[in-house]
Design a protein around this ligand. Structure first.
Ligand SMILES: NC(=O)c1ccc[n+]([C@@H]2O[C@H](COP(=O)([O-])OP(=O)(O)OC[C@H]3O[C@@H](n4cnc5c(N)ncnc54)[C@H](OP(=O)(O)O)[C@@H]3O)[C@@H](O)[C@H]2O)c1
Length: 242
């Protein structure tokens, strides 16, 4: 029986490549979620054209009705969810503004998607993950979430102060730790992934990592076994400092 995996924001970028690699790993039926139905269908058709076991699903992580509708459909069709990859994310800080100048609208928009959207999706799908033999949740964080690295003038991210984005990902890490505590004696594991600095619309064309490598941390955490970590913050199998 195939595992059922749901990936949010999977119509492009790291999410799309994660869908491809998870489906290619064999034995995983991938629900490729996109907020725009047309973009999701096009992306799913592309992977189906590669012979992969993928279907499109419409899900906007900032829309409670959309999340509830998706969970209801998956519950009816599969009765469970084995893998949830909270991949959808945005970065809308204004690069021309200093840390203290980013508007509250920017902070709210960022948190609505990256934090509250991620939590809302997780809350809605947790009952279906509890029906899995080995539920896995992967939260897309970033190295820019790391407070330890942000206070170290010698760290490579010291000068990357895009505050709304960075703090939203720090909140994702904190949420991951809180949820891992709740799940510690269950069959579900939740971890935070730093994909790398990846060439996507969000990461920019000058990013050093190719998308094919940027999906690897999410895929690995989605497929960890019973002895794998719970509540970890990881890049390519290595822990990052919180
Ligand atoms: N690229 C990097 O260097 C990097 C580094 C660290 C962490 N990350 C994280 O990795 C994840 C994927 O990033 P990426 O680089 O692949 O970005 P991307 O190419 O910009 O893709 C982002 C995806 O999220 C979707 N999305 C945005 N808002 C959404 C919403 N409200 N509901 C559902 N989907 C929504 C987008 O949909 P639309 O196409 O409709 O906009 C798109 O599919 C993000 O969480 C990001 O923060 C990326």
């Amino acid at each position: 029986m195939s595992k059922i995996a749901l990936i949010t924001g999977a119509n492009k970028g790291i999410g799309f490549e994660t869908a491809r690699q998870l489906a290619k790993s064999g034995g995983v039926h991938v629900l490729l979620a996109a907020r725009d139905r047309g973009k999701g269908v096009d992306a799913a058709l592309k992977l189906q054209g590669e012979g992969l076991d993928v279907e499109a699903l419409t899900l906007d992580v900032t829309d409670a009705d959309s999340i509830a509708g998706a969970a209801k459909d998956i519950g009816k069709k599969f009765g469970r969810l084995d893998i949830l990859i909270n991949n959808a994310g945005i970065g809308v800080d204004d690069p021309a503004k200093k840390v203290a100048e980013q508007t509250l609208a920017t902070w709210r928009k960022t948190f609505d998607t990256n934090v509250f959207g991620l939590i809302a999706v997780t809350q809605e799908f947790l009952p279906l993950l509890e029906k899995s033999d080995a539920g896995r949740i992967v939260n897309l964080s970033s190295i820019l979430a790391s407070l330890t690295l942000h206070i170290d003038p010698k760290s490579p991210i010291y000068d990357f102060k895009v505050p709304a984005y960075n703090v939203s990902k720090t909140a994702v890490n904190a949420w991951t730790v809180q949820l891992a505590y709740q799940l510690r004696d269950t069959k579900i594991k939740v971890n935070a992934a730093h994909p790398g600095h990846v060439k996507t619309e969000l990461g920019g064309a000058a990013a050093p990592m190719e998308i094919v490598d940027g999906a690897k941390t999410s895929v690995a955490l989605a497929l960890i076994g019973a002895n794998g970590p719970n509540g970890a913050y990881v890049h390519m199998g290595e822990p990052l400092p919180w």
